[in-house]
Design a protein around this ligand. Structure first.
Ligand code: ATP
Ligand code: ZN
Length: 300
């Protein structure tokens, strides 16, 4: 039985847009867990890592209060909470340690198609409905715009048609929700994606090593997502041109081919996706027997 104090707690969203990708990330880091009976905690079986499943809004506070050592949350939620903590005099409630490259969206103004406001210049004196009052307030202050912020906890996009606001500021990913509510997308005030946060305070020494291992595994998982292992045969004379064509490649491994002094086998890891165009160009440069393989794990 591993000592409780040595277990790392990671908070992720219980059910929502970030849940599947966050669980997948932890699984790809090698974590196997069993869900508790209440389904709120996933107990790590093979690593001293437990997963707390909570509302995303609670995640910054759980890390700030050291209930959890790590958390995964959208930049939008994090920034809103950071501004709140700042107003309360808390200087560094959490530290962003990794952007995770999923849950992408942006916080943008939405102007009613048939309304009088069409840009920032027309905002003064207007009412803005949003679920992110602090971020919007901060934006208005930095841009010296005097407008009123009306806080909505959900269904922000219907505020103008209810007569409760003149414009909205809400999360957008595809823009379909805005369009469905006859709103035109305006200026973006925050670009968001899921991020990993960590407590800035010292943790038990027993945890430090596993946190470092987890971060290293996350880096590995993020890198292999795009990485490909590329193999081909090539004339020695074309090696320089081939190296130039490979996207985000490390130094290639060049292996002699039995009985062929003029040709070699080239093996290389490309840290970007390899598209058909690249393969066609490599073939034109003289390469043959091209093979592109996914990379399963990587440890730099
Ligand atoms: P909870 O019940 O956990 O409070 P929620 O309703 O606040 O859930 P979701 O709608 O599941 O949250 O969104 C979680 C996060 O997903 C958002 O905070 C944001 O970072 C990200 N996200 C990505 N695309 C979008 C989008 N189109 N609309 C809203 N959030 C998005
Ligand atoms: Zn939420």
């Amino acid at each position: 039985m591993i000592e409780q104090a040595a277990r790392i707690k990671v908070a992720i969203q219980k059910s929502g847009r970030l849940t599947d990708r966050s669980l997948e990330l932890l699984e790809r880091c090698g974590l196997k867990y069993t869900r508790g009976r209440d389904q709120l905690i996933g107990y790590g079986e093979n690593m001293p890592v437990d997963v707390l499943l909570v509302r995303d809004d609670d995640i910054p506070g759980l890390v700030r209060d050291d209930v959890c050592d790590l958390g995964v949350v959208g930049m939008n939620v994090l920034e809103e909470r950071r501004l709140q903590f700042q107003a309360e005099g808390v200087s560094e409630p959490f530290r962003v340690v990794r952007p995770l490259d999923y849950g992408r969206c942006h916080l943008a103004f939405g102007y009613p198609e048939d309304g009088p406001v069409r840009s920032l210049a027309e905002l003064p004196g207007r009412r803005i409905a949003t679920s992110y009052p602090r971020i919007v307030q901060d934006f208005l202050r930095r841009n010296a715009i005097a407008a009123q912020v009306v806080e909505f906890s959900g269904a922000v996009e219907i505020a103008p048609s209810l007569g409760r606001a003149d414009v909205i500021c809400d999360l957008v990913s595809t823009g379909a929700t805005l369009a469905a509510n006859r709103l035109r997308e305006g200026e973006t005030i925050l670009d968001s994606q899921a991020v990993l946060i960590q407590t800035p305070r010292e943790v038990a020494p027993a945890k430090t090593e596993w946190i470092a291992r987890l971060l290293q595994r996350i880096d590995g998982v993020m890198q292999v997502r795009e990485s490909k292992y590329v193999m081909m045969n090539a004339p020695v004379s074309a090696l320089a041109e081939i190296a130039r064509l490979l996207p985000g490649a490390d130094a290639p491994t060049v292996i002699p081919l039995e009985g062929r002094g003029d040709k070699v086998a080239v093996h290389v890891v490309c840290r970007e996706n390899v598209f058909w165009e690249t393969l066609e160009n490599l073939k034109k440069a003289g390469a043959s027997s091209l093979l592109v393989l996914p990379v399963e794990k990587m440890l730099p």
